[in-house]
Design a binder for this molecule. Sequence first.
Ligand code: HEM
Ligand code: HEM
Length: 185
Amino acid sequence: MNNKQTILVWDVPIRVFHWLLVICFAGAWLTSESERLQMIHYAFGYSAVALVLFRLVWGFIGTKYARFHQFIKGPKEMIAHAKGLLGGHQHIMPGHNPVGGIVMLGLMLVILLIGLTGYWTVKEFLGDFMSGAHEAIASLALGLVIIHIAAAVIMSLLQKENLVLAMMNGKKMGYLNKQFDFLSI
Ligand code: HEM
Ligand code: HEM
């Protein structure tokens, strides 16, 4: 195939959302144990929630690859994609693949849940249970983020394309198969 080309996959709002979310998530973690920095912890946490709320809206009105219907697929397609990966056959989509897409959406929802349990902790709703839930869900999100970063590095090596750079400049390069509108190698 000779129709190799660069396409803009991640629009500016997605990229700004992503790197601000990284700052807010890291900021919320780094301030979580300090009483002196409590207000800064809340500010980082609520900012992360606001970013995710924006992203949920953008998933309906944003550009092509930002939209949920582009990457949220049924279980059949997710299983087929995972099997393909394990079998060494890759169908590389310009945006999220069906497995990555659902994990990303899950991470966003988990961040909303952290915000909600944080708010309820401040309101002393259900006492220690709520602060325990807040911490446990924050740890779950951290686990997902670690997997997410590892996946970004591993998929970059497998696809021979720097996906982290793509999240900075928005562009991905590939062999565009016009018939199916995904990249196949
Ligand atoms: C330095 C660490 C990070 C790197 C290198 C990184 C890299 C990436 C890359 C390459 C993508 C695009 C994946 C794809 O091509 O399908 C992505 C998407 C995403 N990342 Fe990260 N990420 C990092 C940290 C985080 C953190 C801390 C969070 C959240 C707490 C996060 C949340 C997301 C979300 C929600 C998306 C989906 C973007 C969207 O559809 O709007 N990432 N990240
Ligand atoms: C991405 C967002 C957030 C993350 C990752 C996060 C993470 C954490 C973590 C790990 C702790 C436990 C600290 C410890 O070891 O004691 C904590 C505590 C706490 N967080 Fe958050 N948080 C976030 C957002 C929020 C929000 C929006 C609020 C609400 C204002 C909030 C309120 C609290 C409170 C009150 C505590 C103390 C709980 C206690 O008494 O043990 N957090 N947070």
